[in-house]
Design a protein around this ligand. Structure first.
Ligand code: TXA
Ligand code: MG
Length: 349
């Protein structure tokens, strides 16, 4: 398949390119587009044949439902039994990194929802994405635009790397600002439950409803009797080719342990990367150090996380050691993605 690749500088000036991409969506094709969280691989969410192409291009397991992207705040377009809390969350956080799970209307095909009777709905905070949805005159189903299992892409180049030749069109825009996927909140239950942490933090959600909780399964290694409620959260994910190990503990012990493991692996002729922060970078004398940002600015750490995991692949790392982050604010989303990238290989010190 020949993929048309266009870089969009400005959504209103480059409307012609977006219009062409919208025609592809209308005709049942696939279009990669930027969002503020990560790039998405879109198709008409109401067209089951189009949606199947998303699963094919990504190599995505069939039982993993898609999120539909909208340009209107009217939840009743695609959902039924919309509780008041869902509308409140939409009013506060849309457009933005928040996906709301609701009971789906029949117009949303089973291919999109992976046969669940619920559907995830999100309004992205990105002009190109919003314009594309509007001009497509439908809702766009879109998972992250990576080959299944790989770190989600946050810029055009990474989408091209994974999907050139597998989709009809790739629209490039700015680097994704948030860097981790949207927060998913299940509003089919009361109180609502966070199924995936993201840019809208638990603290922010609790300002709207203090009873909102996080699915206890998502920070733990998947077990048969404690399954995450978002089907996609059970897979190993976000992972570079290298083996990732997280070291968790106080600063001094963490650095000592990582140094010891780095030295051991270098002696064994392994290529070693260390994911660290500005504050600790200078402590390491061996291994390839990559700082994710400052401990005082976890938003930057989130923005850099997936790109850094992909850099480890570019470098050809065999093993990666990562420091851990406090599970507060966006730190919860960062640790959720890191844990999964590491397959929950965590060394406590
Ligand atoms: O930020 C995002 O949400 C990005 C951008 C492109 O919008 N999209 C994204 O999609 O991350 P994806 O497919 O990579 O992740 C969707 C997650 C999966 O874990 C899936 O299992 C869960 O959402 N999900 C979707 N529909 C669901 C439903 N009805 N009930 C529970 N979980 C659902
Ligand atoms: Mg994904």
């Amino acid at each position: 398949m020949k993929t048309k690749i266009s870089m969009i500088k400005n959504a209103s000036e480059d409307e012609k390119e977006i219009q062409e991409a919208a025609e592809i969506i209308k005709n049942g094709g696939t279009v990669v587009f930027p969002t503020e969280t990560v790039y998405g691989l879109g198709a008409d969410g109401l067209n089951s044949e189009a949606v199947k192409k998303i699963f094919e291009a990504k190599g995505r397991p069939q039982d993993n439902p898609l999120i539909i992207h909208v340009s209107s705040k009217d939840l009743n377009l695609y959902a039924e039994e919309v509780p008041q809390i869902a509308n409140k969350l939409v009013e506060k956080f849309w457009p933005g990194p928040l996906t709301i799970i609701l009971k789906k209307k029949d117009i949303v095909p089973n291919e999109t929802s992976a046969s669940l009777d619920s559907i995830g709905i999100r309004m992205p905070n990105n002009e190109i994405a919003l314009k594309l949805i509007e001009l497509s005159e439908t809702t766009i189903a879109a998972p992250s635009a990576n080959i299944s299992g790989r770190p989600s892409p946050t810029d055009l180049q990474r989408c091209v790397e994974d999907l050139d030749g597998k989709v009809d069109c790739i629209l490039g825009g700015e680097q994704s600002d948030i860097g981790v996927e949207s927060t998913i909140v299940d509003c089919t239950v009361n109180p609502p439950l966070v199924l995936r942490p993201g840019g809208v933090t638990l603290e922010m959600l609790r300002e709207i409803d203090p009873n909102i909780n996080i699915d206890p399964a998502i920070m733990k290694k998947p077990e048969p009797n404690l399954k995450p409620k978002a089907p996609g959260m059970k897979y190993r994910h976000y992972a570079p080719k290298a083996k990732v190990t997280i070291v968790s503990g106080n600063k001094k012990n963490t650095i000592e342990k990582i140094k010891e493991m780095v030295h051991y692996n270098i002696e064994k002729k392994k290529k070693v990367c260390i994911l660290t922060v500005d504050e600790n970078e200078k402590e390491y004398s061996e291994g390839i150090k990559i700082s994710l940002g400052s401990l005082n600015d976890l938003s930057t750490v989130a923005r850099n996380l997936f790109e850094t995991l992909r850099k480890c692949d570019d470098i050809g790392a065999d093993v990666v050691f990562a420091e851990s982050f406090e599970q507060k604010g966006v730190g919860i989303a960062i640790m959720n993605r890191l844990n999964k990238a590491a397959g929950f290989d965590i060394v406590e010190v």
